[in-house]
Write a protein that binds this ligand. Structure first.
Ligand SMILES: Cc1cc2nc3c(=O)[nH]c(=O)nc-3n(C[C@H](O)[C@H](O)[C@H](O)COP(=O)(O)O)c2cc1C
Length: 206
């Protein structure tokens, strides 16, 4: 699969997991792709915690369900009705969670390129996620990013040292299919915008 094909096929997956578990060799290749990402000062500030223990998956899924309810309660009635059928995670169905973590101390005190823009560390971890997501797509493996959680809760659940923060919980597993459209478009929540609207010339107003 070409990189353009992988970019086009990639989807945030929630409902299409088959229930099978991604095998270790495939998971290793996907994580190798993540580990090849560019990083500020070559600091490679990421760690990947692979979670398969059913009790941990259930605990996290219950926590996320509470956060989903809390979000729904903030919505006006029309938006709440639209949100209702939208699935926001596939934690148990995927059978594998990967918690992508960020360590600001990785690379020592003089990370080349991070002095002026501290967020470049987090940007690097996110690039690892994108590599992982595209590699998984090329392998026919689905990925779903879950951010409906309290970072302190997740840190405790997986035993993170205080200096390390979570960037994402990724649900990873074999899928029946990749949808052609993002779920949020299919369910009428929000559609994308044309590329031409995102491109500016010379200045932001241009
Ligand atoms: C930083 C980030 C956080 C996200 N968090 C969630 C989430 O908590 N639950 C969810 O269902 N999707 C989540 N998504 C997936 C987006 O909703 C999805 O990427 C977007 O609707 C576009 O769909 P696509 O990825 O299938 O193209 C997240 C995506 C990103 C990049």
């Amino acid at each position: 699969m070409s990189v353009y094909e992988a970019i086009r096929q990639r989807r945030d997956v929630r409902a299409e997991f088959t229930g099978e578990i991604v095998d270790d060799a495939t998971l290793w290749r996907i994580l190798e792709a993540a580990h090849h990402a560019p990083s500020v000062g070559n600091s490679q500030p990421w760690d990947f915690v692979v979670v398969r223990e059913p009790t941990t998956l259930r605990a996290f899924a219950d926590h996320v369900a509470h956060k989903r309810t809390a979000f729904r309660e903030t919505l006006p009635p029309e938006r709440a009705a639209m949100f209702e059928p939208i699935k926001i995670e596939g934690i148990r169905e995927s059978g594998t969670g990967i918690v992508v973590c960020y360590d600001h101390s990785r690379g020592g005190p003089h990370v080349l390129g991070r002095a002026t823009v501290p967020e470049t560390g987090i940007y690097s971890a996110v690039l690892a996620i994108q590599n992982l997501w595209l590699a998984a797509t090329a392998e026919g493996i689905g990925v779903g990013w879950v951010s409906f959680y309290d970072p302190g809760y997740l840190a405790e659940l997986i035993g993170l040292p205080a200096r390390i923060r979570t960037v994402a919980w990724l649900c990873i597993g074999p899928v029946h299919e990749f949808q052609h459209l993002p779920d949020l478009e299919r369910f009428g929540w929000r559609t994308g915008r044309p590329l031409a609207e995102a491109i500016h010339h010379e200045t932001y107003r241009g």
